[in-house]
Design a protein around this ligand. Structure first.
Ligand code: UDP
Length: 371
């Protein structure tokens, strides 16, 4: 018997699709090359703490439909992301808000802060052409130099003049004392962890792990009428037009026999010299408590190092600049000719998607595909 759908990749996009297809009475097989489900949102319990194995994932959205959808599979806690920036031992509040401006310039009112920013942004004339110009035009040179330049160059491995402006527009700038990183109506972490949430989404669906689709493509293709592919689009075509560029991330995890290492879930190291970009202390995503509400005696931290992707690494971030955009378009044309295959998700669409946008895109696709 052939399955109606083979879903390649058990991450968020694949899980939403598989769930919806099953609801519609379709037969679905999900495969993943990793030994676990949940893609990059995978979380694993260590010392009673849900460790975000592939980097911090903080769910946030303004999309009511997505929120209603995802909360069917998990209850969310009230975690609000407010990272701290550490610049050579000076601590600043993020995103850029009145606490940041006060620490940077000693200003105490929104008017004074505006005046400072206005003075400093004058050096940019016309429409900002790249990330550096965009950043200076948003918050001025002082903040750019201390809180943006080093961090961004470490994260992307590229000069800020070579990066697209839109990346920095992810960060809010506020003239209020509000250090909530996201402008989102809904925000939180799934109670019990992301892996448990994905288990709920995939309940009753056949999932096979450690399965390398591209290694046995013809065999897998014969197993289903249609394929939903959420891996890297250039890998699918065997890199025949060349490699798309990605950033990869490496984590150094440590279990520490102390209850509190840095007092916050995320501390960004925004200078150029510190080799890691940020340190995540996972227990603070859940307020330092275990599932029974008891204080956890130990802590787990992850130092995050950013690197250029090379074959064999996990791709994390697409590098959405002009060169890669053009190459992606060429791959997209090839993809359009694969009439039985749907390409989706961060890697399948080569897009810097947040989790909520991935879910929205998957739900849109389901509407077209499954109705
Ligand atoms: N950013 C920065 N300083 C910071 C945090 C972020 O300059 O302390 C900039 C940087 O350019 C980065 C972008 O904002 O690439 C997005 O950062 P975010 O942490 O939102 O990215 P994530 O890795 O969480 O997707």
């Amino acid at each position: 018997m052939k399955y109606d759908y083979l879903v390649v990749g058990a991450g968020l996009y694949g899980a939403v699709f598989a769930h919806e297809a099953k609801q519609k009475g379709k037969s679905v097989l999900v495969i993943d090359k990793r030994p676990h489900i949940a893609g990059n949102v995978y979380s694993k319990q260590v010392e009673g703490i849900h460790v975000h194995q592939y980097g911090a994932h903080i769910f946030h959205t303004n999309n009511r439909k997505v929120w209603q959808y995802i909360t069917k599979f998990a209850e969310f806690n009230r975690f609000t992301n407010s990272p701290v920036a550490n610049y050579k031992g000076e601590l600043y509040s993020l995103p850029f808000n009145m606490y940041t401006f006060n620490k940077m310039w000693g200003v105490t009112t929104p008017e004074e802060a505006t005046q400072k920013i206005e003075e400093q942004r004058r050096e940019i004339v016309g429409e900002p052409k790249n990330l550096e110009e965009q950043a200076i035009s948003l918050v001025g040179r002082d903040i750019y130099e201390k809180l943006i330049k080093g961090y961004t160059e470490k994260q992307w491995g590229r000069d800020c003049k070579e990066l697209p402006a839109f990346i920095i527009k992810r960060l809010p700038v506020r003239l209020t004392f509000d250090n909530n990183y996201f402008n989102a109506l809904y925000q939180g972490i799934p109670i019990g962890g992301y892996t448990k949430m994905l288990e709920q989404m995939l309940a009753g669906i056949e999932v096979r792990l450690n399965e390398d689709y591209l290694g046995k493509k013809a065999e897998y293709d014969a197993m289903a009428e249609r394929i939903v592919y959420t891996g890297a689009i250039d890998a699918y075509f065997d890199y025949r037009l060349g490699n798309l560029e990605y950033r990869s991330v490496r984590f150094e995890n440590e279990i520490l026999d102390i209850p509190n290492y840095q007092g916050n879930a995320a501390v960004n190291y925004t200078d150029r010299e510190t080799p890691w970009t940020r340190i995540i202390e996972h227990k603070w995503f859940e307020f330092g408590k275990d599932e029974n509400g008891k204080d956890l005696p130990k802590t787990v931290i992850s130092k995050e190092y950013s690197s250029e992707w090379k074959p064999g690494d996990e791709p994390y971030y697409p590098v959405n600049d002009e060169k890669n955009g053009a190459l992606y378009q060429a791959y997209k044309e090839l993809a359009n000719q694969e009439s039985n295959v749907i390409f989706g998700g961060r890697l399948g669409e080569y897009k810097y998607y947040d989790m909520d946008a991935v879910i929205a895109a998957a739900l849109d696709m389901c509407e077209k595909e499954l109705s």
